[in-house]
Each structure stands twice: as C-alpha cells, then as structure tokens.
Design a protein around this ligand. Structure first.
Ligand SMILES: [Fe+2]
Length: 260
C-alpha cells in the first residue's frame, strides 16, 4: 500500500490522527512469540526495525520528517491476573507524533483518542481554556527557558502548546505564576479524570456509540493496522478489560517522533 497520500493529507489538513487499516495489505506478519510468564527481556524480541511492518513505519517516519526520540517494541496490557487496568488519557511526553503499528491485536482492547478541543467542551467554564492560553507557566525542569502557555488556539481549535510538547513536559511539571492559572489547570485535569472514568474504565467488546458525545474515537487495533497520533491535538488512552488468553496479548511497535 502507498501510504504517502494519506499521510500528506493528515499533515496538510492538520488532522489529529491518521488510521491506516491493514497497512501491509495481505502480506503475512511474522509469528509473534508467545509471552506466557516470560519477561520482556526473556522474550528476546527483535531489536531492529526489520519486520515487514517496519518498512511502512520507516516510510511514515520519513514523510513526517521528525527525528525519532524513542522506540518501543512492547507488548502491552499484560498482567498475571489477566485483568488490565485502563491507561488514562495522556499525551506522549516530548513527542510531536506517536506511531503505533500492530503485530498482534486483541478484539476487546481499544486504544482511544479524544481531541483537546473536545475536552474544552466538557469544561464547566469555557473561560478556563482562555486562561490556559494566556497563563505563562514555567517548569522546574527548564528554569532557564522562557515561560509559556498550556494551550494555543490553532485554526479556531484548542491544542496543547508547542512549548509543552517540545520541552517534554507533563502537566505536573508546570509551575503556575498565579492562582487563577493554577485553578484553570486543576479544572482541566479533573475534567480529564472524569473522561477517563466515563470512557476508558469500562470493559467493552464494541466501541459504544454514545462515546461520540465526548468526541472520543476508539480503535480496536488489529494485525497490520497503523495509527498515527498528533500529540498536540489529542490525548490517548486504552480501555481496561479482561485478557482471555494473556500469552496472546497485544503486540505493538511504537515510534515516538519529536524535537526533544
Ligand atoms: Fe502513550
């Protein structure tokens, strides 16, 4: 499959995500190792990008034109009790884009995204967003850097500020200059927690239609699927659930692209 037109559209239209179903077409993926009780290091996963799906991953990296800041060959959501907790909504620190490629999927596991702009719609007071755009935060991690806002308005939509993403900061790293700004940040964080509980902390086998009222989209990533996330525009997380066959858990390769 030629991914270039789809990725260029994603970039050109400033879309928050790009989902590519079965990117590798009908090519067979390699048999993935059975994890069972083995640790990640015992599994001895391939440490190089030389699987079939990696050719597409590397093509995407080239088109996105950002340096690789991190790379993980992880199997996620495994634990011995077979029950996996939800992964709360977050952005990947220090990464402009996150690219997930699925080597092995799970029918009852959903990666979810919610645009920052939709989170604003759920704030009790919309002035909070304006406050977060004008408030000048600092960071204990980068005291020498100039202060910056949490959010920016881009083409009429609220997005996270480039400073937060590019400096690799989390919300908890920010130092507010005034009480109003701190309160606005607390409101934003408690709204995200409410969305975590309403959307992610549920065991589901299908993505419920009513989640569209939150603007949340769920992807049941299956073998060969690739999902690209723009961390400035959306938060992502993962639903909780019971993994019937833990040794056949999801296997994702994840590349983080950014400027740190
Ligand atoms: Fe993440």
């Amino acid at each position: 499959m030629n991914l270039k037109p789809q990725i260029l559209k994603f970039l050109g239209h400033n879309e928050p995500y790009c989902f590519i179903k079965k990117a590798i077409g009908n090519q067979a993926l390699p048999n993935t190792p059975v994890r069972g009780q083995l640790s990640m290091s015992e599994l001895n996963l391939p440490k190089q990008l030389d699987l079939k799906i990696d050719k597409y991953l590397l093509e995407i990296v080239k088109i996105l034109n950002e340096p690789i800041v991190n790379l993980q060959f992880n199997i996620d959501s495994y634990d011995l009790e077979n029950w996996s907790k939800h992964l709360a909504f977050h952005y990947d620190r220090g990464a402009r884009f996150t690219v997930l490629a699925t080597l092995r999927g799970l029918s009852n596991k959903f990666t979810a995204i919610i645009p920052i702009n939709n989170i604003i719609d759920h704030l009790p007071d919309k002035k909070v967003a304006l406050e977060l755009c004008k408030a000048q935060y600092g960071s204990e991690l980068n005291l020498s850097k100039p202060n910056f806002p949490v959010m920016e308005l881009h083409c009429g939509k609220y997005v996270l500020s480039s400073s937060i993403i590019d400096q690799g900061l989390e919300f908890k790293d920010l130092i507010g200059l005034n009480k109003k700004a701190q309160e606005a940040l607390c409101t934003l964080l408690s709204t995200i927690t409410l969305l975590d509980e309403a959307i992610l902390d549920k065991e589901i086998t299908q993505w419920p239609k009513e989640y569209s009222k939150f603007g949340a989209v769920g992807f049941n990533l299956l073998e060969g699927d690739i999902l690209i996330l723009n961390n400035k525009m959306i938060l992502h997380g993962r639903t909780c659930g019971y993994v019937e066959i833990p040794h056949l858990n999801r296997w994702l390769r994840v590349i983080f692209l950014g400027r740190v």
